[in-house]
Design a protein around this ligand. Structure first.
Ligand SMILES: [Zn+2]
Length: 350
């Protein structure tokens, strides 16, 4: 975990209070490089947020002597180095908990799935969730903080803002500009001076997959990296709305609406698309009754189906959408946090 330190008096905080209250200087973000387990408590009594027992609460310490606690279902020994292993398998799903710093959690989830290689020349297309003209607190659209953190992550990884595009498409009668404004996502694009792209105005290419004829925006094939940025949700009709639902934003409006009722497209869409990165916002989750609950997680994977499946596992969602029923959780490599230590029934929590 990262800490925030005053460059002058060296006071340190676990969260970014932006300026030191004594010196009025901007705090520096300092990443932990070496983490050790220095304390362990075993918990045997379950609670609403921690239904699975026993679990362990670890006291962790970094090389600078800063300490914090973390839950784990794996047993550790005092003195163990604490270091989740990155995976090189592109099908892996990484999970990390976000406390105060979304950017740090994004860095961690991407590092855990092997990282991304980008440079100044890389053309990047970001696909946030933008489906309604609603305020961020309703968790209907990607939150402005999340999009902002993804952009910061890309620039610090070497991307040039001029080569990043953020794409939206309206599938109802609400103009996409109105949704972009009310969701505050437009502000984020303007702040970073990033080009906004209305996919409806792009050209569409005809593709055929598993007997379905579909039209996909040519933008899907014109960039070096596509980042799918779903906000995870529960849904009355679809059960969940995950990463695979969000990538359908690349379809033509006609196809999107005709396939909306059809689960088959979700199973096969990835076969006609180039490989893309999914970074899923699972911090505040909108439930089927539209009430918003807290989960505090970010998931990343190059496989949207695996990511959606892992989300249902963490959220203990029993009523699975058709497209996820054949995927076995045991076959998915999961890194970062173990679902067993994060699980609770999101449907039942208010
Ligand atoms: Zn200071």
């Amino acid at each position: 975990m990262a800490f925030f330190q005053c460059p002058k008096c060296k006071n340190t905080w676990q969260y970014n209070i932006s300026k030191c209250p004594d010196c009025f200087l901007d705090l520096e973000r300092i990443k932990s490089t070496k983490i050790k387990v220095i304390g362990i408590s075993k918990v045997k009594i379950s609670s609403v947020f921690h239904p699975k027992t026993p679990y362990y609460i670890l006291v962790l310490e970094n090389e600078k002597g800063n300490r914090w606690v973390q839950k784990s279902i794996r047993e550790h020994k005092i003195g163990d180095e604490f270091r989740p292993k990155p995976s090189k398998n592109k099908q892996t799903v990484s999970i990390w908990k976000t406390k105060y710093d979304i950017l740090e959690t994004i860095e961690k989830t991407i590092e855990l799935i092997g990282g991304i290689k980008i440079n100044e020349e890389s053309k990047i297309l970001i696909l946030p969730t933008l489906i309604s003209a609603k305020h961020p607190y309703l968790a209907d659209n990607t939150s402005p903080e999340f999009l902002d953190s993804v952009i910061k992550f890309l620039t610090q990884s070497g991307a040039n803002l001029k080569n990043i595009k953020i794409a939206f498409q309206s599938f109802d009668n609400v103009p996409i500009e109105a949704s972009a404004q009310k969701s505050q996502l437009l502000n984020v694009c303007l702040k970073h001076k990033i080009a906004v792209l209305d996919l409806a105005k792009t050209s569409f290419l005809k593709k055929e997959v598993a007997g379905l004829n579909i039209q996909i925006s040519e933008q899907a094939f014109k960039n070096d990296l596509i980042i799918n940025l779903p906000i995870l949700k529960l849904d009355q009709k679809k059960k969940i709305k995950g990463a695979t639902n969000n990538i359908l934003t690349l379809l033509s409006k006609k196809d999107y609406l005709s396939f909306e009722e059809n689960n088959k497209i979700l199973k096969v869409i990835n076969k006609v698309l180039p490989e893309y990165l999914n970074i899923a916002e699972g911090i505040y989750i909108q439930k089927a009754d539209k009430v918003v609950t807290y989960l505090g997680l970010i998931f990343a994977s190059f496989n949207s189906l695996n990511l959606d499946k892992v989300f249902t596992e963490v959220g203990m969602i029993k009523n699975l959408p058709e497209y996820l029923k054949d995927i076995k959780i045991e076959h998915i490599q999961i890194t970062g946090r173990h679902p067993g230590e994060l699980q609770y029934n999101i449907e039942k929590i208010y």
